[in-house]
Design a protein around this ligand. Structure first.
Ligand code: MGD
Ligand code: MGD
Ligand code: SF4
Ligand code: MO
Length: 695
């Protein structure tokens, strides 16, 4: 019988409800948005249909591979597990636990099985060399939340559906479908703000798809948002616009903050960020005057040299204007599986440091920008083995070419990945998992970051191939064998823990209830939750944590450094709706039309270089160079150029079926491992300077 299967798409943070019809032969006939999903209400994007392509892709790995001098050979799971554990144990025995490093990539958080099992496996490694895509992404959000609210996971979300004023910095939700803000159908939600008389402002060095739809767009010099934000906070104090409302009783550090921001006047900030002082003041006044409002900053403001300060100041602006923990402002979710309820305040920073550059850990991780040097620099504590899981750091972390050299020098590398790609091709063994439509899903992370409280469980649509394993089976087996336990590993599907988590959660749901509601369960709009939800034991908000106040000195110093802005360009990234980081360019239906991996450049700059539309330009940075065709547009600021990340599929030896004209180049062959936010360790992608040359 043809039937319809309902699930959540787990490709990006929007977790859209989808309806998949399957015919008698078990073939997918359609994938459409599910109007009955309480969160997405029918929204879908073109990537959802590619779930079918991933499921059917003949190049997706289904059995473990081993690299041999004559190429890759397929081996049994038993052989693979035995070899991985033997090699890891041997390296740990010879060099110590820290010689084994691990990198976890983005799809881990979109995978229920990995979320439930990978942490135990990585803990069992007892290594200080843990890395993840977080240090190329949202680390500053966690840092600010940890210091201000007591837990890195207590993350405020913009209450989009009720706000009257939305200021977006460094995010392009119309292309990315939203991030640290699960809000499927952002376009509709944005239009609704305008229809109820509200205003949307975008601050971005590029006039993005989102900026195009906003009421106002301001260009900002890349990497300089901290100065705009400081100028706005300064204005609030200078003009007596501080009105935290009921939060006044819960905040500490107001006077320290006032003193700390006093030197950062809008007039001084303007020269740094390129936004007129009058506009900086006006934005602060507008936010303070709005019936409700929220400042939201995403990857473009996290991945810069002052990413930590930016995310702190964004919270500060929302708090000082009375827009925190109130409808239409920045609010906290109450998810059905609530990991905050049991969170306790802990020190999570600088408990150890990286060996070479002495960077402090945060949340048990070191910045991925130091991974290559930790592999390449000889001496005690050098990394000799690496496990990558759900990650493609060669294309996604700064100075990818250097990392490739480092990977080739490892004694042992294993990738838990569904493809033989730019990263896993350096591994000795690849352990592929079942994925997507073959897996069940409950979104532990993104229900906790959603603009509305909902809960949804999706069972697997198709059984996995007989010879395949789920991610959770791989982690459990490896953890079991590494622990030296005797006897076979008893598989524990993630559903057991999930059901328990739901039952002990704030709504006391169960897996059975979720199974009975395949479209998902609506748990209502976000509600004020403070002070109860604060994790600091004194239930207070720290407005002026010393680590952040100290970092202002660095911002002050950088401000007085006179830089010659005219001898180079600034490079920024971008996302396209039909891309998903580095790993879906082999889905042919997403790769039609024009090559998207182009260098956006302003007409004045193109004229200066003497290049016309489509001409090739060599882009060089301290670490490398690439050649890309230009796309001339007034949508980008003069002096700034943009390349999307995730491309660069020309590297030999992969089994990815990416058409030649879409292979592109990797922006991360230009981004610099030496540039990072010295406070949080986040890669500073937006601070990279490049030279351009017509070829
Ligand atoms: N210059 C620049 N660089 C960036 C960014 C940027 O904006 N600019 N963005 C950064 C951000 S925000 C992120 S999150 C990172 C992403 O960085 P990564 O997470 O390292 O890279 P992805 O491209 O997401 O690679 C995902 C990998 O997981 C595999 N995979 C997919 N599904 C599964 C599965 O179910 N199981 C397993 N085991 N593997 C699976 C894919 O084959 C692929 O190899 O990139 C960062 N890099
Ligand atoms: N289609 C699609 N969707 C995705 C992804 C994808 O690859 N493709 N990736 C997913 C992931 S892992 C993430 S983390 C999210 C990210 O979601 P978003 O944060 O919305 O990511 P981007 O679309 O890269 O938007 C970043 C914006 O920052 C701007 N920017 C760059 N530098 C600066 C700066 O210095 N200052 C300011 N103010 N702006 C700057 C860029 O021009 C860009 O418009 O998207 C997720 N969704
Ligand atoms: S927006 Fe994200 S979750 Fe929604 S259909 Fe597209 S890829 Fe899937
Ligand atoms: Mo990300």
């Amino acid at each position: 019988m043809p039937h319809t299967h309902y699930r959540a798409c787990n490709l990006c943070e929007a977790i859209c409800g989808i309806a998949i019809t399957v015919d008698d032969e078990g073939q997918i006939t359609t994938i459409a948005g599910d109007p009955a999903d309480p969160l997405s209400k029918g929204h879908i994007c073109p990537k959802a249909v590619a779930l079918k392509d991933i499921y059917q892709d003949p190049n997706r790995l289904r059995q473990p591979l081993r690299r041999t001098p004559d190429g890759w050979e397929t081996i049994s799971w038993e052989e693979a597990f035995t070899e991985v554990v033997e090699r890891l144990q041997a390296i740990r025995g010879t060099y110590g636990n820290d010689a084994v490093a691990a990198y976890q990539g983005n799809p881990s958080i979109h995978n229920l099985g990995t979320m439930m099992t990978a942490p135990d496996f990585f803990k069992a490694l007892r290594t200080k060399n843990m890395f993840s895509a977080t240090s190329t992404d949202q680390l500053p959000h966690h840092f600010a939340s940890w210091l201000m609210f007591g837990s890195p996971m207590l993350l405020p979300v913009p209450d989009l559906d009720h706000t009257q004023y939305w200021m977006i910095l460094g995010g392009n939700p119309l292309a990315s479908n939203g991030s640290m803000m699960t809000a499927p159908g952002v376009d509709k939600r944005l239009r609704a703000i305008q229809e109820r008389g509200g205003k949307v402002v975008v601050v971005d060095p590029r006039r993005t798809e989102t900026a195009e739809r906003a009421d106002e767009h301001l260009f900002i010099r890349p990497g300089q948002d901290v100065y705009l934000l400081l100028g706005m906070v300064n204005t609030l104090f200078a003009e007596n616009l501080i009105q935290p409302g009921r939060l006044a009783e819960m905040i500490d550090g107001l006077e320290e903050l006032r003193a700390a921001v006093a030197p950062f006047t809008p007039a001084k900030m303007s020269a740094a960020c390129g936004i007129p002082a009058g506009d900086i003041q006006r934005l602060a006044r507008e936010l303070a005057a709005a019936k409700s409002g929220v400042v939201y900053g995403r990857v473009g403001v996290s991945t810069q040299t002052f990413g930590g300060l930016c995310q702190w100041l964004i919270n500060v602006l929302n708090i000082l204007t009375g827009n925190f923990d109130r409808p239409g402002g920045a609010m906290f979710t109450l998810p059905a599986l609530d990991f905050i309820a049991r969170a306790t305040p802990k020190n999570r920073f600088d408990r150890w440091r990286s060996r070479v550059r002495q960077f402090p850990e945060f949340l048990g991780e070191l910045p991925v920008a130091v991974l290559a040097e930790e592999i390449l620099t000889p001496g005690p504590g050098q990394i000799k083995a690496l496990i990558t899981s759900c990650g493609n750091p060669v294309l996604s972390t700064p100075n990818g070419e250097q990392l490739e050299q480092a990977l080739d020098s490892l004694e042992f590398m294993v990738s838990i990945d569904i493809y033989l790609n730019e990263t896993s091709r350096h591994a000795h063994l690849i352990l592929p998992s079942a994925t997507g439509l073959e897996t069940s899903h409950y979104d532990i992370t993104f229900h906790a970051l959603a603009v509305r409280n909902t809960a949804k469980y999706s069972p697997a649509l198709f059984p996995k191939a007989e010879e395949a394993k789920y991610d959770w089976e791989i982690y459990q087996e490896l953890a079991h064998r590494l622990s030296g336990a005797s006897g076979p590993c008893e598989p524990q599907p993630p559903e057991m823990k999930l059901d328990l988590g739901l039952r002990f959660g704030p709504y006391q749901l169960s897996l059975e209830q979720l199974n009975q509601n395949p479209h998902g369960i609506d748990l209502g709009p976000l509600k004020p939750a403070l002070p109860d939800r604060l994790v600091h034991t004194d239930k207070r908000i720290q407005l002026a944590p010393p680590l952040l106040l100290n970092d202002l000195q660095r911002a002050q110093k950088d401000l007085s450094d006179t830089k010659n802005l005219h001898d180079s360009w600034q490079l920024i990234g971008r996302r396209h709706l039909r891309d998903n980081n580095s790993w879906m360019h082999n889905a042919h239906r997403l790769m039609r039309g024009r090559n998207r991996c182009t260098l956006l450049i302003h007409p004045d700059d193109a004229l200066q270089l003497g290049v016309g539309e489509g001409d090739s330009v060599k882009v060089s940075s301290r670490v490398g160079s690439v050649v890309a065709p230009v796309n001339i547009t007034t949508d980008i600021m003069p002096g700034v150029v943009s390349l999307p990340h995730g491309y660069g599929h020309h590297r030999n030896g992969t089994r990815l079926d990416v058409a030649e004209q879409f292979a592109g180049v990797s922006i991360n062959d230009l981004t610099d491992d030496a540039l990072l936010d010295e406070l949080t360790g986040t890669a500073a992608f937006s601070n990279v300077r490049v030279q351009l040359e017509a070829v």
